[in-house]
Design a protein around this ligand. Sequence first.
Ligand SMILES: [Zn+2]
Length: 200
Amino acid sequence: MAIAFLSSCIAAAAMAVALVFSGQDHGPAGLCVGEHGKSAHDIGCYFSESYFEARAKFRQRAEAAGATLHALPVIPEVDPSYTIDVAVLEGRGEGLVVSSSGVHGVEGFAGSAVQLAYLAQRTASAALDAVGSSNEASAAAAAAAEEAKNRPTVVLVHAVNPFGMAHYRRFNEHNVDLNRNALHPDEWPALLARDPNIAG
Ligand SMILES: [Zn+2]
């Protein structure tokens, strides 16, 4: 099975934002209107001021797109509202596409925007599907929506580091950089054998 994994460190996320929006001339309908006075065509409507705003938007848009939602609290004993949210859009196609945002917390705002824009496009596609094929234009739209169902399953992982995103920092609640400190199990013995007083 082919698996594509898209992780949004800031540069990759910026490129993805450009790609998502460059091909979008009709703008997604609905959820953006009236939000901070922005219109549905405003790129800014996908960005959030806070982690909690981003999380609420992600869940709302995932639901609208017909995704299955999961919420994974990272520090349930302290504050269960810090969650990694996972939206699964099942497809019939082969393979799996996984997109994550916010491994470095503060960078999650760009990745979240990409995921929101993608969900908006999927919602527009589902809405067109519901319209049916009463005329030529909607027949083409319905065909496009049908074709979309043959795509691979897409898994969107929102805010891998929700605490860091909420506090505008790269590190998580344990002061761990989830990217720089990610180790393969084989690498742990060497790390543990090192003098902990040596910097780095
Ligand atoms: Zn990063």
